[in-house]
Design a protein around this ligand. Sequence first.
Ligand code: E4P
Length: 218
Amino acid sequence: MKFFIDTANLDQIKEAQALGVLDGVTTNPSLMAKEGITGHDNIIQHYVNICEAVDGDVSAEVVSTTFDEMVAEGEALAALHPQIVVKVPMIKDGVKALRYFTDKGIRTNCTLVFSAGQALLAAKAGATYVSPFIGRLDDISTDGLNLIAEIRQIYDNYGFETQILAASVRHTMHVIDCAKIGADVMTGPLSAIEGLLKHPLTDIGLEKFLADYRKGNG
Ligand code: E4P
C-alpha cells in the first residue's frame, strides 16, 4: 500500500519524506487555506515547492466546477510539474473532465467519493485514483471502511486499474484496516503514519537492551 500525506504543510511533508516511506502528497483547497496559502501565484508556487520536496505524486485540486473551466485549470496544473495529479470532484462535469484528461494522458484523482456507484463511474471514466473519504463517512455513523471493501470488490471483479486511494484517514487504525482490505493507497496526517511506529514493548525492550549493554560496557 502506498502512503500519501494529506497536508499542504511543507515541514510535515519533508518530515514524512525523510522517514523514507512516503509515496506522495494530497492537498485540497481547505488544506492550502489552513497553511495560509492564498492567491493564484502563491498556490501555484506552493504546488511546485511540494513537488520538489517529495518523490511521488502530488494531487492538486481544481476549484472550478464546469467542464471547460476544469479542463483549462487541470491542464495548467498538470503542466506545472510531471508529479502533479489533477484532482477533480465527483460531479457530472467532473466525470466528463476525468474522461478528457484520461484521453489526453493526464493523471487524475477523483475526489469527494462517498459511494460505490461514484467509484464505479470514476473508474469507467479512467481515473488514475479514486478517493473515498472514509473519515467523513465515519463522522455520520456510516462505515467508511465498508466502502473501501465494496470498491475493492467491484474493481477486482472487472479488473479496473483505477487505484483506490483511501482518503480522509484520521488515525493509525484506519491505515491498518485499509491495508487489510487492500486499498492501493492511503492518505492521512503524519500522526497516523507515525502511530504505526508505536508499541510499549518496543520501548521497554529497547530500554532493557541498552541498560544491559551499559552494565557490561560502562
Ligand atoms: C483527500 O484527498 C482529502 O484531502 C482529505 O483526505 C479529506 O480529509 P478530511 O475529511 O480529514 O478533511
